[in-house]
Design a binder for this molecule. Structure first.
Ligand code: 13P
Length: 248
């Protein structure tokens, strides 16, 4: 099965109205790369202005609450981000697991909430450095997938992202062999959970992806795109990653 490559940015807690200029160049590169899907998740406050500025670009949220509404001070629901113009949501990012104590079960509930409100989902998994050093990366990732992937996940709305925590923002990446190996294991786990639909679910790699390493990473057979943090903040750094995906 052919899976279209997806290059997704995650601005994390970065950006301002002035930074939305960067989206113009990103949207132009996306328009020149019709074979690649391009998306950018931005802070909640930037969703509406970003979606209005570049309507052709897929703008998303970096998180959503699992409930549709209610007494959850400071939280934002999937319906709210959808109304603001988001088309997708990231759930289960390792920074939310580390900073807010979120679990794989929370990611599952948030994915379901996003789905209820018509958003597509990028659900994250990935081991810590200690887990990798203890040879537990595969088991950790398999367990995270088992607990966070909704029953009826398929490629029309669900994407998995493998982001080893020790590779995020560090400039370090696993070897291409290690990336492919974990992605193949992740797909096998998806197959156990959702059957043949696993073939249509994209699995992105995230963690220190740059214009220099993107072509190699994106060439791995089970890597269907990239989830990019730091290098998504400017068009100058993000566009080469889009171009690398388009050139495959
Ligand atoms: P970096 O690309 O900055 O390593 O971040 C990856 C990430 O966490 C994307 O969600």
């Amino acid at each position: 099965m052919t899976r279209r490559k997806l290059v997704a940015g995650n601005w994390k807690m970065n950006g301002s109205l002035a930074c939305l200029d960067e989206l113009d160049g990103i949207a132009a590169a996306a328009a020149e790369s019709p074979g690649v899907d391009v998306a950018v998740a931005v802070p909640f406050t930037l969703i509406a202005p970003a979606a209005q500025r570049v309507p052709a670009l897929m703008i998303g949220a970096e998180d959503v609450h699992e409930a549709d509404s209610g007494a959850h001070t400071g939280c934002v629901s999937a319906g709210m981000v959808r109304e603001a113009g988001a088309r997708f949501a990231i759930v289960g990012h390792s920074e939310r697991r580390a900073d807010q104590g979120e679990t794989s079960h929370d990611a599952w509930a948030k994915a379901a909430a996003a789905r209820r409100h018509g958003l597509t989902v990028i659900a994250c998994c990935g081991e810590t450095e200690a887990e990798r050093n203890a040879d537990r990366a595969e088991r950790v990732v398999q367990a995270q997938i088992e607990k966070s992937v909704p029953d009826h996940a398929d490629g029309s709305w669900f994407t998995l992202a493998y982001e080893p925590r020790w590779a995020i923002g560090t400039g370090r990446t696993p070897t291409l062999e290690d990336i492919q190996s974990i992605h193949a294991i992740a797909r096998a786990k998806l197959r156990m959970l959702v059957g043949d639909a696993a073939d249509g679910i994209r699995i992105l790699y995230g963690g220190s992806v740059t214009g220099d390493n993107a072509a190699g990473i994106l060439s791995c057979p089970d890597v269907d795109g990239a989830l990019v943090g730091g290098a998504s903040l400017t068009a100058a750094k993000f566009v080469p990653i889009i171009r690398a995906a388009a050139a495959l």
